[in-house]
Design a protein around this ligand. Structure first.
Ligand code: URA
Ligand code: ZN
Length: 359
């Protein structure tokens, strides 16, 4: 049995928590009635409602909680990533220094845990492109880093921004994977006026944001120019596996794009098989089957999204140790593949060990 590896699992290291506590606007941590609330989503404004944001406890920043979570769910290795909104909101002149501090903090945390923890580094995307590139190069030298985590905003204009070419080039050259993760969602008007908590922005806004971001990267020809670039998409790629055919057809039928010779050269299906890795955080058998069909059984990887989606307390007030958000994803793999071609084992960890060269 190969190791079980969680490639989608977040942390806010202590230096980042201090930063959030020092702030008054999103993102920030506010103490209301003696309990801390994390307010990070763009739609959450600064009103003083006790339901603003979400409760935040040590599971977000204390590494012993991560290790306990791993033990409860039989996870051997985790590849940590700073959770959203990463360093996107920092003033330009503070970003590079903060990135070095946060990445060093996380690398040190990993080094203290005997090969159970690795990480994707955060980038100072509000700084200059030169500073972003310098951090990418520095991350390559940190022992436990295996790539970078990035939101969909890039350096302010999205991932089809040509100014990012240098960054893609260094990531490709140094063999570091980009873990692309949503945060900004869709404009709040699309959700209407009724109140459904965080359901619509998280269930639909996040995946659509990822879908749009990777489509723009593809349309801008990033994978034509950087054919070895590897991008790991959160939440099984949002809806790109389902909509790839429609994207392809719209490109083929767009007179303007065809006339200008501006259509991407590689097919989207090729990109999905060669440049895209998909996590298996999709909570359904149908979702993981689609992920494997479009990207291949060697390119789909188990994740948990811990510490988000914790179990709620039952009627007796007790909170179960086991997280349904994890067991649902494991069951989806078992139901979809069972022992077929070793797919369940590969997705649970074999693929990650190979791709990220985990000891
Ligand atoms: N909510 C977030 O803000 N981030 C995640 O990664 C998951 C849920
Ligand atoms: Zn996540």
């Amino acid at each position: 049995m190969s190791k079980v590896v969680d490639i989608h699992t977040h942390i806010y290291p202590p230096s980042y928590i201090r930063l959030l506590r020092s702030r008054q606007t999103v993102p920030y941590i506010r103490t209301i009635d003696a309990s801390d609330r994390l307010v990070i989503l763009p739609s959450e404004d600064t009103n003083a409602s006790t339901s603003i944001g979400r409760p935040i406890g040590p599971e977000y920043y204390d590494i012993s909680h991560k290790l306990k979570f791993m033990d409860v769910h039989n996870i051997d290795i985790s590849i940590l990533s700073l959770a959203n909104p990463w360093l996107d909101f920092l003033p330009s002149d503070e970003a590079a220094k903060t990135a070095r501090e946060v990445n060093d903090d996380i690398d040190k945390l990993c080094g203290e845990r005997n090969g159970r923890l690795y990480a994707f580094g955060a980038l100072p995307l509000s700084a200059s492109v030169e500073e972003v590139c310098a951090e990418v190069e520095r991350l390559k030298e940190l022992k436990w880093m295996r790539g970078v985590v990035m939101g969909t905003g890039g350096i302010g204009k999205g991932l089809d921004d040509e100014r990012l070419d240098k960054v893609w080039g260094i990531l490709e050259e140094t063999g570091q994977t980009v873990f692309l993760h949503p945060h900004y969602g869709l404009p709040s008007e699309v959700w209407g006026e009724k109140e459904y908590g965080h359901v619509l922005p998280l269930a639909l806004g996040f995946p659509l944001e990822t879908t749009i971001a990777i489509s723009r990267m593809y349309l801008a020809g990033v994978f034509d120019r950087y054919p070895r670039l590897q991008v790991l998409l959160a939440h099984s790629g949002g809806t790109i596996p389902f909509l790839a055919g429609r994207l392809e057809s719209c490109i083929e039928h767009d007179a303007h794009l065809q006339k200008e010779g501006a259509a991407p050269r590689k097919s989207i299906w090729d990109v999905l098989k060669r440049n895209i890795l998909l996590d298996a955080v999709v909570y359904s058998e149908f979702g993981v089957k689609t992920a494997v069909q479009v990207s291949g059984g060697d390119r789909v990887l188990f994740g948990t999204d811990n510490p988000f989606f914790p179990p709620l307390a039952g009627d007796d007030g007790a909170v179960p140790d086991e997280w349904k958000s994890v067991t649902t994803n494991v069951a989806a793999l078992q139901n979809a593949f069972g022992t077929l071609d070793g797919l369940t084992e590969k997705i649970l960890g074999g693929n990650a060990v190979r791709i990220f060269n985990l000891a």
